[in-house]
Structure formats: structure tokens, C-alpha cells
Design a protein around this ligand. Structure first.
Ligand SMILES: [Zn+2]
Length: 200
């Protein structure tokens, strides 16, 4: 697989200031979006030295997936976009939407492709709700630039299915980051995508 398996970017859990001695810290209280931004990058390739992100375009993992030179559980593909399961999901069904043509950041991406990415993310969020995963909601996030915790230099939109009261499982997922039944999960999402979207 293309993960390098590192979890270096997870901050240590600390009890909140003023907490009584021995108080147990919540890994990511109140900031699930930040948690996603922190934990979902960096693991794909060992760094090289000739770009802002330390990853050569020629070795971009998302381009390799788009060219079918690297494995991924695909849930959607058209002439310009690809959606596939994150190899280290925060929740089951965590999907990434990427343009097939390399664009490191939003400044490198044409606006129409960006709009198509969000449209697909929108569809995926609805599909995750009606799929067997039965999501109650979703986080859609795009981290643009290293300052925003983007460390894979190929624009990608996270679509993370959420369930009511999933905080504990969310935190557990941050620690375990293992994909449960990825092939079955991808098939479930593909099936829901094939269903017509409800009228707006
Ligand atoms: Zn790329």
C-alpha cells in the first residue's frame, strides 16, 4: 500500500488548563475539523527535497492513483475527478475527492474543477446518509496550503461521514486509523451514489 504508516502529526492529548490533577484529556474537544486537518495527511509518501511539500509531482500519490499505478478503493470516477476511500479513515466511509490533473493547491486549480469537486462532495455526503453506513451528517473539508495542514500536495476534498454521538468513536478512529472492510465500504457508497439524489 502507499501509506507510510506514520502518525507523527497527531498532537499529544493534554488535559485542559485548569483541569483537576489526573483529569483525562479529550483528544480533540470541540475541534473535529482541526483534527481531520491534522491527521489525514503526510502519510502517503516519504519526503523528497525539491518542492514546497517535499513531494515531487512525478511521485504524487494521488496522481499515481488517478493513473491506476497505486491502489485505492474507488467510489466514483469521471473524466476529470476521482473519489476513493482514505486509507486511514477517521470514520468508516471517509472519502477523498481529487482532480485527476495535478494541482498542488487551490491557486493551481481552475475554478470550474473546484466547483465540480464540491458538487461531488455534496453528492457523496447525501449518498453516505442514504447508504448502509447511514450517516447522520458529514464533514466536508479542504485544507489549502501547509499553513492549513495540507501536506499532500494535490488538492483533495475530505468527505467524512458522521453519526450522532460519534465523538468517542471519532477519537478512537484517530488512534486506530484502520480501514474496516474497505472493499465492502466502497461498494456500499457506490451503490448509494447510483441512486438518484432526492429533489432539492
Ligand atoms: Zn498529483
Amino acid at each position: 500500500m502507499y501509506s507510510n504508516g506514520t502518525e507523527h502529526d497527531l498532537p499529544p492529548a493534554r488535559a485542559a488548563p485548569g483541569s483537576p490533577p489526573g483529569a483525562r484529556a479529550e483528544p480533540f474537544p470541540l475541534r473535529p475539523h482541526a483534527a481531520v486537518g491534522l491527521c489525514n495527511e503526510n502519510r502517503h509518501l516519504p519526503p523528497t527535497s525539491d518542492s514546497t511539500y517535499g513531494v515531487r509531482v512525478s511521485s504524487c500519490i494521488f496522481c499515481a492513483i488517478a493513473r491506476r499505478e497505486a491502489p485505492a478503493e474507488r467510489v466514483y470516477e469521471d473524466d476529470g475527478l476521482l473519489a476513493f476511500l482514505d486509507v486511514r479513515p477517521i470514520t468508516r466511509g471517509h472519502t477523498l475527492v481529487v482532480p485527476k490533473i495535478h494541482a498542488a493547491e487551490l491557486g493551481d486549480l481552475d475554478a470550474d474543477t473546484g466547483a465540480r469537486m464540491f458538487r461531488l462532495g455534496h453528492r457523496l455526503a447525501l449518498a453516505l446518509r442514504r447508504s448502509e453506513l447511514a450517516a447522520d451528517g458529514a464533514n466536508l473539508m479542504l485544507n489549502d496550503g501547509p499553513a492549513a495542514f495540507q501536506t499532500v500536495a494535490h488538492v483533495h476534498l475530505h468527505v467524512v461521514p458522521r453519526r450522532h454521538g460519534d465523538r468517542l468513536r471519532f477519537a478512537t478512529g484517530l488512534l486506530l486509523r484502520r480501514s474496516a472492510e474497505p472493499a465492502a465500504t466502497a461498494a456500499t457508497i457506490r451503490a448509494a451514489l447510483d441512486e438518484p439524489d432526492p429533489a432539492p
